[in-house]
Design a protein around this ligand. Sequence first.
Ligand SMILES: [Cu+2]
Length: 207
Amino acid sequence: MVIKFSQLKSLFFFGITFCIVLVCGLAFGQPSLAQSSLAARVDLVGADITGTLILTQQENGLVRIRGTIQGDPATLTPGLHGLHIHSVGVCEPGAQPPFSTSGGHFDPGPFGSEVPVEANHPYHLGDLPNLVVDEQGYATYNALTSRVTLSQSPITLFDNNGSAIIIHQLTDQQKAGGTAAEAGGGRLACGVVTRDDSSGQSENRSS
Ligand SMILES: [Cu+2]
C-alpha cells in the first residue's frame, strides 16, 4: 500500500492537533480539579454528642454535606432532629441558651431573614433536611444543597462572620410561620464551618 504525500501531511497535522488538544486538556484540567477540592469540615460538639460533617462543593456548584454523628441516645434521641447552617461561626455551649452565639439560620441576601419562625423558614439558605438518628444514638448524614457555596459568592459560608451547623433537640417540621419548637427547638450540638481543602481532595478520590 502506497501512502501519498498528501495523506502523510494530513496524518501529520492530525497528530499535531491531537497533541495540542491533549496538552491543553491537561493544562486547563488543573483549575477545575482545584475548584472541585473546595471543601470544609465541621466538628460538631455538644453534651454527649460528637460528629464530623464534610462539605464539598462539586463542579456543578452543589454542596454535598455528609458525615456521621453519634450521641447518648438519652440526649440525641432516636428519630428526626433539625439540622441547619446558622449564620455565625461561633459555638459556645455555655451561652444562654446554649450555642445561641451561632445566631439564626444562615440567610443572607436582599430578602434574608434568620428568624426560625418567620415565613422564610423552611426556605432559608441554611435550611437542610432533618438528621435521622437510630436507636443507638447514631446517625449518618448525606444531603445536597444548591443554596450555599464554599467559594466566594454572596451566599458563601465563609462570609465575614463565618457560619456554623447546629443540631436541634426536636424535629424541624419545615413549615412556614410555625413556632421555634416546630423549627427544631433548643440546640444540642454546634460546629463551626472551617476550610479543609485536604478532606475535599480525599472525598473526591473516594467518590
Ligand atoms: Cu437551626
